[in-house]
Ligand binder design. Structure first.
Ligand code: XMP
Length: 200
């Protein structure tokens, strides 16, 4: 696996440090002065946010529920989003989110289509509050259609893998965030290389 890596963009120590900061900020934002932090409902989007979310939630010592959501945006062999649709069979969101403080978690904010779709679905269920949190935000020429409330890191507009992010469902277990060698894609590694496959 390591032979396929061109560059490590963000190493595991930086990720761990940034997650400490992010969790502290999230706790503070959900704590009214003189009160305990509010109960949270965390909604990770499968599969890419799995590792990020599992490390983040262990830094949040609050009463919490976890409700997963699955969204398909990369059908077949593409690295550019082709719209986003909710996969009902893998999505576990209750009918109503009334009274709940929800934090939606995704791996990477690219065009923003996925985060917008997911947050619209959650907002329609009437949560007390809704925040969005992403591990990575791509620095694109065209800004995303939605911004996230919490962003751990910005990355250049390249196809990245590791720490939950995949290429053809591989490399999710890489502890760092990295860019693959071009020969692995059969292109230059840019996210619009048509033949590279990206699965959630
Ligand atoms: P949008 O365009 O909807 O895309 O913001 C978000 C989803 O697309 C996937 N994505 C990537 N996956 N490396 C990946 O492994 C990348 O560089 C990348 N860019 C986008 C990801 O599933 C994200 O949730």
């Amino acid at each position: 696996m390591d032979d396929d890596i061109r560059d490590i963009l963000i190493g595991r120590a930086s990720i761990a440090k940034r997650l400490d900061e992010l969790a502290a900020q999230m706790l503070a934002d959900h704590t009214e002065a003189g009160h305990e932090p509010a109960e949270l409902t965390l909604v990770p989007i499968l599969t890419g946010a799995m590792i990020f979310a599992s490390d983040l939630i262990r830094r949040l010592p609050v009463k919490m529920q976890i409700r997963v959501m699955s969204i398909s945006s990369y059908p077949g062999d593409a690295t550019t989003s082709r719209g986003a649709s909710v996969e009902a069979a893998l999505t576990r969101i209750p009918e109503s989110l009334a009274g709940l403080h929800v934090v939606l978690i995704d791996d990477i904010l690219d065009t923003g289509t996925t985060l917008l779709k997911a947050s619209e679905l959650l907002r329609a269920k009437g949560p007390a509050s809704l925040k969005t949190c992403v591990l990575l935000r791509k620095e694109r020429d065209v800004p995303p259609v939605i911004e996230a409330d919490y962003v751990a890191f910005s990355v250049p507009d390249e196809f990245v893998v590791g720490y939950g992010l995949d290429y053809d469902d591989y490399y999710r277990n890489l502890p760092d965030i990295a860019v693959l060698k071009p020969e692995v894609f059969g292109g230059d590694g840019h996210s619009d290389d048509a033949d590279a496959a990206g699965e959630r």
